[in-house]
Write a protein that binds this ligand. Structure first.
Ligand code: PMP
Length: 418
């Protein structure tokens, strides 16, 4: 279609004055409804957990035993190697970084903050909030390419072997944010076994989407804790997960799993911070979810609500964008995001066109360290929250904005966006 026709179509879209939001990966209200029973649990007479623990009182720094058992398979570790904190997992990631900066981890010669330079590897595109932690605390971010089966391991191995300032890597191993990529067993094996110049190297294994399948395939990945231990690197992984997108976002349980030594390290660091986590909420979750099968059954209900939204995006992108030069998008089998790549120099323009037409997208660049996508190509699409009909309308608007930006680029009139 010609630039003029696309411009006309775009003006018609603007005239409709739609107002849609595809920015953050939040569960839709109908998904939250699935866990409403939690609001009445554990109930007025139910406050005693295993070992006669009174959940109304202080204590139990590591988290309730039965809640640790409940989340043990999600975290891929026995309950003794699980620490449950409060409402969500990002704060645990933040805290483990801060503790490492201030005190060092279990293998550090000195606190990271006392080193000249500290850096973390950041597979890109990746999760903006991981990058934000690094940026705020002065940890340099080194981008590495994210492939369909995980980070580019040749590059990762080369970098970590040569540079002792590199103390870790951020990983979202399953249904990653934003591409939906799943780490292959081969990639996990290499992460678990690779030689690192830093002896206190840590893998920040953010398994935020471990049970968040969108298809029947229900992909399972290798267990990083077991694989690292098998290679003599038991302390290397810090595993994180939460019930944020299982029950209530931001009102669930955040969890950590690691080697026994790392668990002892974290509990020692948490001791001055808190007398214990919210055990009432942990008990509430145990009563509601019951066990791994209970979690799986609930996730099926989430899937029934989410999968059609992802299918709509796929259908509309395929119908509108197939064959457009340098345009591609991912087809996630789980998680909360699709990643859309547009021709170099067009991502900001697409986001800006969409915004002017009433469709808010995650800012271009958010998927990269420091918010800088040098190629200006990647846009994160988060279809979970809007109603199905709004997801369709938003995806159609995005298609039109991509086509218009591509036509502008082709015609040499692509407007620069700040
Ligand atoms: N990690 C990833 C990869 C995420 O996408 C999200 C939510 N967008 C989080 C962590 C946040 O998790 P929590 O709610 O447990 O802090």
């Amino acid at each position: 279609m010609s630039l003029e026709l696309l411009q006309k179509e775009y003006e018609a879209l603007r005239a409709k004055a739609i107002k849609l939001d595809l920015t953050r990966g939040k569960p839709a209200p109908e998904q939250l409804e699935l866990s409403n029973e939690l609001l009445a649990l554990p109930g007025t007479g139910d406050f005693t957990a295993e070992g006669a623990t009174d959940v109304r009182n202080y204590g139990g720094l590591q988290g309730l035993a039965e809640a640790r058992k409940l989340l043990s398979s999600l975290l891929g570790a026995p309950a003794e190697q699980v620490v449950l904190a409060n409402n969500a997992s990002l704060s645990l990631m933040h805290d483990t970084i801060i503790f490492s900066l201030v005190k060092g981890n279990a293998d550090s010669a000195k606190p990271w903050g006392k080193e000249e330079e500290i850096s973390l590897l950041c597979p890109v595109p990746g999760y903006d909030r991981h990058f934000r932690i690094c940026e705020d605390y002065g940890i340099e971010m080194i981008p590495v390419a994210m492939n369909a089966d995980g980070p580019d391991m040749d590059e990762v191995e080369r970098l970590v072997a040569a540079d002792a300032s590199i103390r870790g890597i951020w990983c979202v191993p399953k249904y990653s944010n934003p591409t939906g990529a799943v780490y292959s067993d081969a990639v996990i094996e290499r992460l678990a076994s690779m030689k690192t110049a830093a002896k206190d190297f840590r893998i920040f294994w953010d398994n935020a989407y471990g049970v968040h399948h969108l298809t029947d395939e229900k992909i399972e990945i290798a267990n990083i804790l077991e694989r690292a231990a098998a290679h003599g690197n038991a302390n290397r992984p810090f595993v994180f997960a939460s019930t944020s997108k299982i029950t209530f976002s931001g009102a669930g349980i955040g969890g950590f799993a690691a080697s026994k030594e790392n668990v002892a390290w974290l509990l020692a660091r948490l001791t001055p911070r808190t007398i214990g986590p919210d055990k009432v909420n942990q008990l509430r979750h145990v009563r509601f979810l019951k066990d791994a099968a209970g979690i799986a059954a609930l996730m099926e209900k989430h899937r029934a609500l989410l999968a059609p939204k992802f299918a709509a995006v796929e259908e509309i992108f395929a119908a509108g964008l197939t064959g457009l030069k340098d345009v591609s998008w991912t087809k996630p089998k789980g998680g909360y995001f699709t990643s859309l790549d547009v021709p170099a120099g067009c991502a900001k323009r697409v986001v800006s066109l969409a915004k002017d037409a009433g469709v808010v997208l995650t800012p271009a660049g958010a998927t990269h360290p420091y918010g800088k996508d040098e190629a200006d190509r990647t846009i994160r699409i988060a279809p979970s929250f809007p109603k199905p009909e709004d997801v369709r309308a938003a995806a159609e608007a995005v298609v039109l904005c991509v086509k218009l930006a591509c036509a502008e680029k082709e015609a040499g009139v692509l407007e620069p966006v700040g």
